[in-house]
Write a protein that binds this ligand. Sequence first.
Ligand code: NAD
Length: 289
Amino acid sequence: MKIGFIGLGNMGAPMAANLQAAGHEVVGFDTVASPDGLDMAATSAAAAEGADVVITMLPNGDILRAVASEIHPAMKAGAVHLDCSTVDVQSARDVAQAAQNADLSAVDAPVSGGIGGAQAGTLTFMAGGPTDAFETVRPLFDIMGQKAVHCGDAGNGQAAKICNNMILGITMIGTCEAFNLADKLGLDRQAMFDVVSTSSGYSWTMNTYCPAPGVGPQSPADNGYKPGFAAELMLKDLNLSQMAAEAVDADTPMGQAATDLYAQFVEDEDGMGQDFSAMLPRFEKRGRG
Ligand code: NAD
């Protein structure tokens, strides 16, 4: 396939490299980055021209909307705009409508798996959009990732992503505050892990990504809380979840509490640049408030 790839940052550059290595013809565009070994166009529209699929991997919904308005007029009829950025649900739905108006199709397919997954080609994609467009881009998902779930209509990929990450943020806080309580009650961390990881409090954050150093499988906690998944990216996704909850009048008290706590951690404390599991040392430093 002929692929335009716009947004070649931490995630986009390795994803584009994997597509090119698999034999696709990839032309990139980025306002700043210029990865080695990739043909670059002078504008986003030039990267999109003649492509069967144009992939965007951008920081937020406003930038996605701006880039969509540049590339849609340049794309050939019937081509697919595949957005893999994490953005608000409404931007994804508006961009899909704009694509349809321009005789194109759109798929929103945010990812989980982080930079390591992008490099290794093991991302998980959660996709929203028409079935035929999903099928068109499925071979690309197979190269860039290990799993793609079609979640329904436009915006449903973003909906799945923010619901998942809202659970993740809430659960990480719960796991960290429980470790901190256990510490103060004199419970050994290994004993805490051995019990919880095989009892009803188990979770991905405890069993796979344990926030306590030296306990459980290797995780960012064992590497000085270097991300991993940075606290500010968790805050971005939690903010998107609360924006969506407000738009549809969904009551998400735990999601709101997690958003407030990560905002405090990132904006007022030392959370910026640390892994999101660094909530545990944060709790250690504080009493009840
Ligand atoms: P990044 O900041 O490294 O890359 C974004 C790129 O977009 C940059 O190179 C920037 O120059 C480029 N860009 C900005 N405006 C542009 C424009 N108008 N035209 C062309 N290029 C433009 O970010 P990232 O870590 O690669 O993340 C990309 C997306 O993936 C985000 O939506 C993020 O939330 C999501 N995501 C990131 C991770 C992660 O671990 N980094 C994990 C899952 C999802």
